[in-house]
Design a protein around this ligand. Structure first.
Ligand code: HEC
Length: 115
């Protein structure tokens, strides 16, 4: 009986590990196009793309010249981290995942390259 339970739980553990491998968040050498834009597309363009609706506070995050304004004034990083003094983004939705936030922060720390 006890053996059975041990075997079962170890099987279960193996399967669980296959389904959910240890998560790693890679944040080195972030590329605007490959790493950052997809996050913005998924979470922000619904309100902040060039062709969005009117309900965006006149903030456009699509295109480097637009996006860099909010990097330089600190609002991009402040908003996604829900820092006081900033509007919390994405508006009326859950905060971005830690890895997505970290990727954006690292890209900004790298000097926000247009790469
Ligand atoms: C549902 C629409 C919506 C979504 C989704 C959304 N925003 Fe916004 N955003 C707004 C509006 C509206 C404003 C104008 C300020 C306000 O009303 O809070 C704004 C303002 C901002 C500002 C200016 C910040 C400030 O403090 O005024 C930034 C930066 C920003 N958004 C970034 C983002 C980012 C990054 C995402 C995705 C992670 C995002 N937003 C998702 C609607 C949205």
């Amino acid at each position: 009986m006890l053996m059975g339970m041990v075997v079962m739980s170890s099987c279960y553990y193996d399967v669980a590990e296959e389904l959910y491998p240890p998560t790693t968040c890679v944040t080195d050498n972030m590329s605007l196009q490959s790493n950052i834009v997809p996050i913005l597309e998924r979470n922000c363009y619904v309100c902040h793309s060039v062709t969005d609706g009117p309900n965006n506070g006149n903030v456009i995050l699509e295109g480097y010249t637009q996006l860099i304004k909010y990097v330089d004034n600190g609002q991009l990083v402040g908003a996604i981290n829900h820092e006081s003094g900033f509007s919390f983004m994405p508006k009326n939705a859950a905060k971005l995942g830690d890895c997505d936030i970290s990727k954006i922060e690292h890209w900004v720390l790298d000097g926000a390259p247009n790469n």
